[in-house]
Each structure stands twice: as C-alpha cells, then as structure tokens.
Design a protein around this ligand. Structure first.
Ligand SMILES: [Zn+2]
Length: 413
C-alpha cells in the first residue's frame, strides 16, 4: 500500500503538459528526419537549459548547479532534509531520438507540477536533476556530470577533454557559467534517494506487452582483445599439416570460449565477438596474425570473475590476451524497488523486473545513495536513433508511477 498523497500525486499528473514539454524540448536541435542533435553544453543545449530553468522557476523550484554544470530543480519539503531526487540527461547522440534522457527529466518536472496541483507538501524536498554530458558524444567518457557529483575528484581529469570542435570541457563549463551567472551552488551533495525514469532502449517490455519495469540493476561488462600469432605462407604450396595459420587458431580459440562460456539456461548472459582483424587479409596467403574482441556481460560478479579467469588461462605461446574494459555490475536498492513495486501495484500498472543492458547516470548514483530506475517500453527496442519511439500512453503511465513513488519515498525514507 502507498499513502493517499502518493496516489493523489499520481492522479494529478498532467499528461497534456508532459506531452507539450516533450514536443518543446525536441525543437532544440531538431533534425529534418525527426531526430535531434543536442550536444552537451552546446549553444543549443544551453538554450534548452534556459527554457527548463524558467519552467522550474514557474513551478516554484529552487535552482542549483554544481562544478560539473549539473542542474537541480528543488521543490521544498516540510523539512530541510536531503531531497529525494529524480532526473536524467538532455544531451543526445548526434543523430539521437527525442526520449533517451529527455523523458526522465521532463517526467520529473511533470511530477513537481502534479505535487503543486494536488496541493501536497512532502516531508523531504523533491528534486529533478539534469546530469551533464551523459552521452559522451561531445566529451568522452559519458556520464561525466553524475560521475563528478558522486566523486568530485573525477572533475580534474575531465577538464582538458576536448570535443571535436576544439572546445575543452573546462571552456564549456565556463560558457555555462557565463550564460547562467546567478545560479546558486547546490549547498551539499546530500541525497536521500535517486530514481531515474528512462526508456528501456531494448525490446523486452514491448515483447512482454507491459508498460513498466522496475530495474534490478545494471549488468557488469568485460572487454578483451585476443591476438593469435601464426606465420604467413603461400596458400597453394604449404601443406595443411605444416601451417601455422593464425586465423585457424583464432577460430578454435573463439569456439572454445563460446563452448565454455555459453549457458543456454542463463538468459542474462551476453557474449559478442564484434571486431575481427586479419593480417595480411589476402585471399591466397595464410594469415600471420588474427585478433578479435570479446564483449561479455553478466549481472553476477562471480560469473564475470570466472570469465576473467578463463580468458587469462588462454594466454600462451601463440595467444595473447589484453583487457580493454572492466565494469562491475550495479545492484539497485531493494528498499527503493519495494516502493516502486508497491506504487505500480497501487496504481494498477502491470509491471515486471528487468536488468539494464545500458549504462545510465543511475550507475554512479548507486554508489552515493539508495538508487533505482524505472523503464518504459521502447518501440522495437530502437534507441540512439531518430526512430526512437514510445507510445504516449506508456510515457504517461511511467510518469504517474514516478509521481507516486517520489511522493511515497519523500515521506518514508
Ligand atoms: Zn539515456
């Protein structure tokens, strides 16, 4: 069960207003094909921020920023306690869609309006965050803003990162400051809880015909490069038994990895051999070198560790292995998920549990405060693409669930 103010907040969610916010934000950086190009801290994104700051002010919010130009729109609570925060990002891929990130921010604003319209004063403040540079397409890596918020020491390493336009992250932050000189710094980094509402960016919810998922965590990732050595020789004159064929070795190694790793009973496992390079890559020459990459993902640290050990064990005379990326899985907070599930149930929203296949700002927040995510369906799982689409009805359902859950959390955690 959830409280009657939480139900009332959900019922007061103004879906027309949410639709109008989505359509207005999509005009900042609109492309002819219906998509959007709104790079982090670009002039276009700053225009969008200016508009959103005005919207938040008209809702009566306090506005804060921080050293990474994250924005925080805070609706005061009965007490000056650490807030319950939601939000996401408004930067996009160069050919992005209109929902990735944007939906979470705008649904958050719609929740604040619902609280106003329902005349509710929450115990804790409720806050909407806009995290800077989640996509990482202008400044790499992604999720810089949430990274700096949760670990301020990471900022120093980001300041000199330079975009293709020659502008450094430090210069972009300065331009943000010049555009919004009056914004107060967020008084501290306290946060009682964080819930990010996002499109799934995968096909599962649509396949299950469900409008909502409570996300259990983000899977861990390993990337490796495997290189196999051989000796080039003439394809016509060298007998099969006397060859040192690097490609044949690579194929055998890949098959062995597949055979020892794949587990048909394990739905959560992902294994991809995405990039192959063969030298000299000629029709009539036995390959002297063949290398391939491995992308392995799983939510269980024990399975990831087992995979690491297996790959390390492959190294030998003719095979070398280099790790490229290692990210541990993230488990979202059970106490938040309990509230998310209870809210969905109270609102009669059919709902399932899902694991996130993609990274999100919530990944960094999970190390900072109790954190979780809600997903709504993505049509055909398409994202990072102008064709990204979620039915308005599902967008409204997700926003209602968020309004109920934020209200409930602000009074109970
Ligand atoms: Zn996103």
């Amino acid at each position: 069960m959830i409280s009657s103010p939480s139900l009332s907040a959900a019922q007061h969610l103004d879906t027309d207003w949410l639709d109008s916010l989505l359509s207005k934000l999509s005009q900042f950086g609109a492309l002819d094909n219906g998509g959007v190009d709104r790079q982090a801290l670009s002039a276009t994104e700053l225009d969008a921020r200016a508009w959103l700051i005005d919207e938040a002010r008209s809702l009566g919010c306090e506005i804060y920023t921080d050293s990474a130009a994250n924005l925080f729109f805070r609706r005061p609570g009965r007490q000056d306690l650490p807030p319950v925060t939601t939000g996401s990002h408004i930067d996009t891929q160069p050919g992005g869609g209109n929902f990735d990130g944007c939906y979470g921010v705008l649904a958050g604003l719609a929740c604040l309006k619902a609280l106003n319209d329902a005349g509710i004063t929450t115990e804790r403040p409720v806050e909407v965050a806009i995290w800077t540079n989640e996509e990482g397409s202008r400044f790499a890596p992604g999720a810089m803003g949430s990274s700096v918020f949760t670990e301020p020491d990471t900022l120093a390493a980001f300041l000199n990162v330079t975009g293709e336009d020659g502008v450094t992250f430090a210069q972009a932050l300065e331009l943000h400051h010049q555009r919004f000189p009056g914004l107060a710094q967020r008084p501290n980094r306290d946060m009682a809880g964080f819930v990010e509402l996002h499109i799934e960016q995968g096909p599962l919810l649509e396949h299950l015909e469900l409008p909502l998922a409570v996300v259990s965590g983000i899977q861990g990732v390993r990337w490796y490069q495997v290189q196999c050595q051989g000796e080039s020789a003439h394809a016509g004159t060298t007998p099969m038994a006397l060859r040192q064929d690097a490609m044949q070795l690579a194929r055998n190694v890949a098959s062995a990895i597949e055979a020892s790793t794949l587990n048909p009973g394990d739905d959560a496992l992902r294994l991809t051999f995405g990039r192959w390079q063969v030298t000299p890559n000629a029709v009539n020459t036995i390959p002297s070198r063949a290398s391939f990459t491995l992308d392995f993902r799983h939510p269980d640290p024990a399975v990831l560790a087992q995979f690491d050990a297996r790959i390390a064990g492959l190294a030998g005379d003719r095979v070398s292995v280099a790790p490229l990326l290692s990210c541990e899985p993230v488990v979202f907070a059970p106490q938040i998920n309990q509230v998310l599930n209870a809210t969905a149930q109270a609102l009669d929203i059919p709902c399932t549990g899902l694991l996130s296949g993609a990274f999100h700002d919530a990944m960094h927040l999970a190390g900072h405060c109790p954190t979780s995510m809600l997903f709504v369906p993505s049509h055909r799982g398409i994202s990072h693409n102008p064709a990204e689409y979620t039915e308005p009805r599902a967008l409204h359902t997700g926003a209602r669930a968020l309004a109920g859950a934020l209200t409930e959390l602000s009074d109970t955690i």
